[in-house]
Structures are given as C-alpha cells and as structure tokens.
Write a protein that binds this ligand. Structure first.
Ligand SMILES: NC(=O)c1ccc[n+]([C@@H]2O[C@H](COP(=O)([O-])OP(=O)(O)OC[C@H]3O[C@@H](n4cnc5c(N)ncnc54)[C@H](OP(=O)(O)O)[C@@H]3O)[C@@H](O)[C@H]2O)c1
Length: 317
C-alpha cells in the first residue's frame, strides 16, 4: 500500500506536467477566433518587446497590419521585431523609442509618429510596471500612476486626432483584475503621504478602466472606440520587482496563461467586428467582465480625467 502511494507521489509531477496545458485551457477559455485580416491597417503596441505586448504585436503582424513596437529599450525591440518579421513574413514591423516614464519621450514618439504615418487604426496601451519600490518618473509622478496611467493618457491624447482621422479605430488599454483593490486617492495620487507597492499597481489599473470609460464617453460618435482588458494571470516579466511573486509565478507557471494566451483579449478588443456598441466596457477572456464599484463611478472618472489633464499640462475641454 505504502509502495503504491509512494509511486503515485513520484508520478504526480509527471501527471501535472502532462495535464497542465489542459487545465490551463479549461481555466482560461478566452480565445480570439476572429478571422479579420489587417492589410493597410496601422497599429501601435506599447511595451511590445516582451510578454503580452510582444504576442499582441505578433498576432497583429500575422494578420498583415503595419505594427509599431513602442519600446523603452530599442535594442530589445529590434530583436523582437526581427523575430516577428521572420515568424510572420511581415516586414512592416517597426521599432520606435517610447519611455512612458518621461513625458518628453512620449511627446517625441508622438511627434515622429504623426510625421511618419498617415493613419492609426489600433492603439494598444499595454506597457506596465508592477510592485516597484517607491520611485518617480522624470516628471515627478509616482512610477505606477506615471507609467501605467498618465503615460498612456498623454500618448492617447497626442494620437487622438490621428485615430479620429483613421476611424473606425480602437484604443485598447490593458488593465487588470487587480483594479478591484484599487482606489483613486486624489489627495495622494503620487503616493507621497502613504505608499504600498502592491496597492500602487492596483490604483493605476483602476485608473486604466476609469480612463477607458471616460474616453469612450467623450469619443461617442467619432468612430473611435475604447476598451479595457484583464489579460488573465500570465507568465511574464511583470513580477520582476518582487522575489515572492517571481517564486509564485515559477511555482504555478504550468497553470497560468502563456503570453500568447494572455494576448487574446487585447486582440479580441482590437479587431473583433461589431464590438463598437460595447465601447467603454471592460473585457476578460474575450467577454465583457465585471468591474468594481469605483471603476463604474462616472464622477471619479471625470475628476481623474481633469486631474490627469492638469498634471500633464493638457488643456481641459
Ligand atoms: N502578467 C500578468 O499576469 C498580468 C495580469 C494583469 C494585467 N497585466 C498587464 O499586462 C500588461 C503587460 O504586462 P506583461 O505581463 O506582459 O509584463 P512584462 O512582461 O513585464 O511587459 C511589460 C512591458 O512594459 C514595458 N515597460 C515598462 N515600463 C515602461 C516604460 N517606462 N516605458 C515603456 N515601456 C515600459 C516593458 O519594457 P522593458 O522590457 O524595457 O521593461 C515591457 O515591454 C501590463 O499593463 C500589466 O499590468 C499583466
């Protein structure tokens, strides 16, 4: 009897190894099944040199779009662009420098992009940081709020006319289930009064959803639609700032999504036909998903919009 138990115990890792992909499939069913092709379409993906962004860019390139990999590390970006070009046969995969922790870099990226491109059909606000020790961006914004929310807010604002001219066009912003723990503390937006690295991430991901809702509301009738996304729990480099999270990700790596699986909901929102009516909604596993009460609060969304404009020096309308 003990021998059988021991044998079962020894076989357990092998069983888990074989079963994991199936379990993963069962747990995370969202797959973008759209057959839409994208020749002539132009897409920008932020943070496209690794993780979910890289896979999103690859899928868009696979469908024939011209894809800009907006990366803070151009060298890393170039390697990935080459890889995508070889894998997809699409040579229209371009790398441009974008550091979302520096508004000068964001403005320079937008200026060059607007001079270079006639159209922008898909903007994927994907880049993100999680659980950073307290630090600030070049402009003095707390790092999570600065990169994840304010950086993408400014980028979208600068590219908005081009998106309107290219309509129908879409803005997809990658948020997280973690937004449920987030709160917008207007009196402590830069974490100067109190700071917790995990919660700072949650706050910024809540800001992503509020931004998307307000953007969708303001863009009604323009042909530009906006969606926020929870990609699932994905095996990526996002956990780089936390040894504990790195260990957890390693332990459960067989059961969490691959970056390719994590890219499905972003892709779904970027290309699925007939989704316009759901502009402003939040998606997970390629379906509309439930958001927290704060994330549905229009007053907070409007106030965050105004405060973000103020911080970034964008004229309010
Ligand atoms: N992984 C998950 O389980 C999970 C769950 C929910 C939501 N998300 C969200 O999914 C998105 C993608 O994350 P991921 O999991 O793919 O993480 P990742 O592998 O760490 O990729 C993050 C990307 O963002 C880029 N980035 C970071 N700071 C930047 C900056 N200042 N300027 C420009 N780019 C910057 C990174 O560039 P470098 O390589 O140069 O650092 C990298 O390309 C994030 O918004 C994240 O919040 C992820």
């Amino acid at each position: 009897m003990i021998g059988v138990l021991l044998l079962l115990l020894l076989l357990l890792p092998l069983f888990l190894y074989i079963a994991a992909p199936q379990v993963r499939k069962m747990l995370f069913s969202g797959v973008c099944t759209s057959t839409v092709q994208l020749p002539g379409k132009v897409a920008v993906v932020t943070g496209a040199n690794t993780g979910i962004g890289k896979e999103t860019a690859k899928e868009l390139a696979q469908r024939g779009a011209r894809v800009y990999l907006a990366c803070r590390d151009v060298q890393k970006g170039e390697l990935v662009a080459k890889e995508i070009q070889i894998m997809t046969g699409n040579q229209q995969v371009l790398v441009r420098k974008l550091d979302l922790a520096d508004t000068k870099s964001i403005r320079a990226f937008a200026k060059d992009f607007l001079a270079e491109e006639k159209h922008l059909h898909i903007l994927i606000n994907n880049a993100g940081v999680m659980m950073c020790p307290y630090s600030k961006t070049a402009d003095g914004f707390e790092m999570h709020m600065g990169v994840n929310h304010l950086g993408h807010f400014l980028l979208t604002h600068l590219l908005l006319e081009k998106l309107k001219e290219s309509a129908p066009s879409r803005v997809v912003t990658v948020s997280s289930l973690a937004h449920h723990l987030g709160r917008i503390h207007f009196h402590n937006l830069q974490g100067e009064k109190f700071y917790n690295a995990s919660l700072a991430y949650c706050h910024s991901k809540l800001a992503n959803i509020l931004f998307t809702q307000e953007l969708a509301r303001r863009l009604k009738g323009s042909g530009v639609t906006a969606y926020s996304v929870h990609p699932g729990t994905v095996n990526s480099e996002l956990v780089r700032h936390s040894s504990f999270m790195k260990w957890m990700w390693w332990l459960f790596s067989f059961f969490i999504k691959t970056p390719q699986q994590g890219a499905q909901t972003s892709l779904y929102c970027a290309i699925t036909e007939g989704l316009e009516i759901l502009s402003g909604h939040h998606f997970s596993d390629c379906s509309v998903a439930w958001v927290s009460a704060q994330a549905r609060n229009e007053t907070i969304a409007r106030r965050l919009w105004d405060v973000s404009c103020d911080l970034l020096g964008i004229p309010m309308d």
